[in-house]
Design a protein around this ligand. Structure first.
Ligand code: IMP
Ligand code: MG
Length: 186
């Protein structure tokens, strides 16, 4: 049997810390929109956001709908190709609705910038951004992040939805990958 945690050096967020923080985020979002009767739609950015989205929506105590968008920007490499394409667009209209975008991690910000521009043009009432992880040091464009789970250092993280070469998404915590281990093998 292969080691499913191969190359993970340390944890940056444990299962307990994730659970606790997501509960707080959900409570804050619930409170911030409790007097807003506009339709509320939660948009997950595939595939990295799925575990976070599943846990977060259970902590948002209000009627809501979910939708997904898939963007390609990273490929299997560590560096963004800066070539951002929409692979899967939303199923529903966002016109007049509050749109909560749920992302796994914001790094350069280029992916989210593109998503925000696109959704912004479709006449939503409000576009709100919630990211589990925020890697501020790498930011190359300015974006407003309303809700952020954890500020993280400039290292390659994985688990809880985030991948390394499409694997490790099922790791229940957020870990740091030893990239040198893979460089040695290649
Ligand atoms: P950005 O456009 O540079 O902000 O890239 C955001 C996307 O890159 C995220 O949605 C992730 O899919 C991916 N990404 C950025 N940093 C990491 C990381 O440390 N681990 C795994 N994926 C990452
Ligand atoms: Mg992503």
């Amino acid at each position: 049997m292969k080691d499913w945690e191969k190359g993970i050096i340390r944890k940056v967020a444990t299962e307990e810390q994730l659970k606790e923080r997501i509960k707080e985020l959900g409570a804050q979002i619930t409170k911030d929109y409790e007097n807003d009767d506009a339709e509320f739609i939660v948009v997950g950015i595939l595939k990295g956001s799925i575990l976070f989205m599943a846990d977060l929506i259970r902590e948002i105590k209000r009627p809501l709908k979910i939708d997904f968008m898939e963007i390609s920007s990273y490929g299997d490499e560590f560096e963004s190709t800066r070539d951002i394409k929409i692979i899967k667009d939303l199923d529903y209209s966002v016109r007049g609705k509050n749109v909560l975008i749920v992302e796994d991690i914001i790094d350069s910000g280029l992916t989210l910038k593109k998503v925000l521009q696109l959704i912004g043009k479709r006449g939503p009432k409000n576009v709100i951004l919630c990211t589990l992880l925020n890697k501020q040091v790498d930011r190359v464009v300015d974006i407003d992040v309303q809700y952020s789970g954890f500020e993280i250092p400039n290292e390659f993280v994985l688990g809880y939805g985030l991948d390394f070469k499409q694997e490790y998404r099922n790791i229940p915590y957020i870990g740091i990958m030893d990239l040198e281990l893979y460089e040695k093998e290649d």
